[in-house]
Design a protein around this ligand. Sequence first.
Ligand code: G3H
Ligand code: 13P
Ligand code: ZN
Length: 286
Amino acid sequence: MGLISVAQLMKKAEAEKYAVGAFNANNMEIIQAIIEAAEEVKSPVILQASQGALKYAGVDFISGMVKIAAEKATVPVALHLDHGNSFEQNMLCIRHGFSSVMFDGSAFSLEENIRLTNKVIEVARAVGVSVEAELGKIGGTEDDISVDEKDARYTLPKEALYFVEKTQIDLLAVAIGTAHGPYKGGSPKLDLNRLTEIKTLLPNTPIVLHGASGVSDESVRECIARGIRKINIDTDLRQAFVWKMREIMDANPKEIDPRKILGPAKEALKAVVKTKMQLFGCAGKA
Ligand code: G3H
Ligand code: 13P
Ligand code: ZN
């Protein structure tokens, strides 16, 4: 099978009210682990490349490896640009065969975000690539923010409605209290009422949850019940991968075969992906 767009995956997810996992991929082992996990639990899957991944592996290697893996896969696979930061980068990824892109214009003013998102959509639509946008600011867990600041950063439901009317994006990422990276004080408290308000105004727009590593299973289920259809996971994968590498290297300090370290790390990451797919309800949906 070739790559499928995220918008395509969202049709069944919306109809059957589950979320599709979007997992960050940085190297061959991680790509293989995510796709093998999806095949083992029969789930559609989204692999996404962050700014860091593009810098580390390069757009050609990431897209090349994912395309090879998707070609052989027995489940639908999408390749998505995560937090694309410019029109040019979105175009570069489309040219390299990404089936979905994100234009993260959250650093711009609302009107500039709309203008740039529409530029991306015009090209993406013409070639069947789906587009995710972000409203509100999903920060890092290291940012200590006050309650006032929270209100300023979270997605405003009316603004979300205005944005979708002006852009016709395929997916909308919202800020409701999650952050990127490990949470210091356990699972974050999410503004679920805000999510419901957004979904009520935008019944036909799949909503995306970023920073979902470390969010409790209960909160994740609640988010899905209230309209989240794509869930981004990176940190939980990094931890599983690196902790297993460290465990093996500590136990076998003389080991010099990278395959004996990366192989088990790949399996550890795969196990996390399978657990997430069960939780998100996408297992069995391929
Ligand atoms: O978007 C957030 C991801 O966790 C990406 O981080 O750019 O360090 O790969 P990264
Ligand atoms: P986490 O690293 O917190 O899982 O966030 C991933 C993410 O949102 C990628 O866009
Ligand atoms: Zn994110």
